[in-house]
Design a protein around this ligand. Structure first.
Ligand SMILES: NC(=O)c1ccc[n+]([C@@H]2O[C@H](COP(=O)([O-])OP(=O)(O)OC[C@H]3O[C@@H](n4cnc5c(N)ncnc54)[C@H](O)[C@@H]3O)[C@@H](O)[C@H]2O)c1
Length: 387
């Protein structure tokens, strides 16, 4: 535990890519959020791609928050970074195949070095039992050294998603009406999504494990745990006989023709399940839109209540609800919501105070979301290219 809220926190990055330093798509970029936290210094960046860590460091050193990187060193080997630097915390933002298992034990190496970890989702790419065994080893060390391990399911920090949860809880306590239905729709814009790993199931886990996992997590955050045996799902693969899986704008860099057919990703996945509290959940994920903006929508129902959150990735995020004996809809907007800033603030604060109680996505809970994502993938997989 650090002794004072003002004490300097020395941070390292593992992965110098989009989630940590920004890129063509999306609002994510942990470095820019960390630059807003007083007393924080980025002292090391490790990326195994030669030159990548130095490249992102040079950009940040010429930016308006250059002083945050004054003592920063670029590494290719994160193990060398852990050995040479006295780090308080690391942000692990590497592709799913590159962490979360005994063959690539980044988290385990970090906690063994006594470093607090912020881990990007998904936890891994391996089957759940294997990741569970690995997680137990991480947790043992985490507990022994009282470390914080927080996972990047940032919608748990989004004020619109929190408000949805609160509206349901307040409605239930005043009327006894319980959540009956959750509908989660996530349609990603793929034509500029040019990370080659993303398009290969063996490297990313596929779009449910890699991406819709955020909405599997919202389902669990709002609706509680899911009865795995109830999950049913269908998906449409790239060579579905109907032709419905054909995409016209896959980026050239992906070279999808070179990917073995069993490793190509589905274009559409639809799943439903029952939560252990009785509510029914339904998830649709599409790889269908062109250009940049993702379209995302979550709707929940209870007797006398409907709440909808739309566009939660953008400043146009909107929550609407109808409650009680009225046809009138109430609308709320969240133009300045930044769940990435919130999750980073909470993580750093947990390190400074020695208390993880504000961390919304601890490692062991994130494994349950990983398991739900995998179960949806598995339930859908055999239908991919069947008429
Ligand atoms: N929470 C979110 O909203 C969000 C957004 C984007 C990405 N992500 C997640 O972040 C992770 C990374 O995605 P990205 O878009 O940054 O990918 P990316 O390809 O842009 O960057 C990943 C970087 O990790 C490096 N890397 C790979 N193995 C490494 C290792 N062993 N040591 C050091 N560096 C290594 C690569 O060279 C690459 O530069 C993915 O799991 C993705 O799902 C989360």
């Amino acid at each position: 535990m650090m002794s004072s809220a003002k004490e300097t926190v020395r941070v390292g990055f593992i992965g110098g890519g989009a989630v940590n330093f920004g890129g063509a798509e999306g609002p994510w970029d942990h470095a820019s959020r960390l630059e807003n936290i007083p007393g924080l210094r980025v002292v090391a960046i490790a990326d195994k791609l030669p030159g990548r860590a130095q490249f992102v460091l040079d950009i940040r050193k010429s930016g308006e928050n250059a002083s945050v990187y004054r003592e920063c060193t670029a590494y290719e080997d994160y193990k060398l970074m852990l050995k040479q630097e006295k780090l308080d915390a690391v942000f692990i933002g590497v592709p799913p195949f590159a962490h979360g298992h005994f063959d690539s034990p980044i988290e385990l190496d970090c906690v063994r070095a006594g470093v607090h970890c912020f881990v990007e989702k998904p936890l891994s790419v391996k089957p759940v039992a294997e990741v569970d065994a690995y997680m137990q080893a991480v947790l043992e060390e985490q507990k022994r050294q009282n470390l914080v391990v927080s996972v990047g399911y940032m919608f748990r920090y989004h004020p619109a998603i929190r408000r949805m949860k609160q509206l349901l809880a307040d409605h239930e306590s005043s009327t006894s009406a319980r959540l009956t239905y959750l509908q989660l729709t996530y349609n990603c814009a793929y034509s500029q999504l040019d990370h080659p790993f993303w398009w290969r199931k063996e490297l990313s886990g596929g779009p449910i494990v890699e991406q819709a996992t955020h909405f599997c997590d919202i389902a669990r955050y709002i609706g509680g745990d899911v009865l795995e045996s109830s999950i049913e799902a269908l998906c449409t693969g790239d060579t579905h006989p109907s032709g419905a899986g054909k995409l016209s704008a896959v980026p050239d860099a992906v070279r999808e023709g070179d990917i073995a057919s069993e490793n190509r990703i589905p274009r559409l996945t639809v799943a439903h399940w029952r939560h252990s509290n009785g509510a029914i959940g339904q998830l649709s994920h599409g790889v269908a839109l062109h250009h940049k903006r993702y379209e995302a929508r979550i709707e929940v129902w209870a007797d006398g209540l409907r709440v909808t959150v739309e566009d939660c990735y953008t400043p146009n995020c909107r929550l609407s609800f109808r409650q009680g004996d009225t046809d009138v809809e109430t609308v709320e907007t969240y133009p300045s919501a930044d769940p990435y800033q919130e999750e980073d603030d909470v993580f750093i604060d947990a390190i400074r105070t020695g208390s993880s109680k504000s961390v919304q996505s601890p490692y062991e809970d994130a494994l349950r979301t990983y398991a739900l994502s995998w179960a949806v993938r598995q339930a859908s997989e055999s239908s991919a290219n069947q008429a």
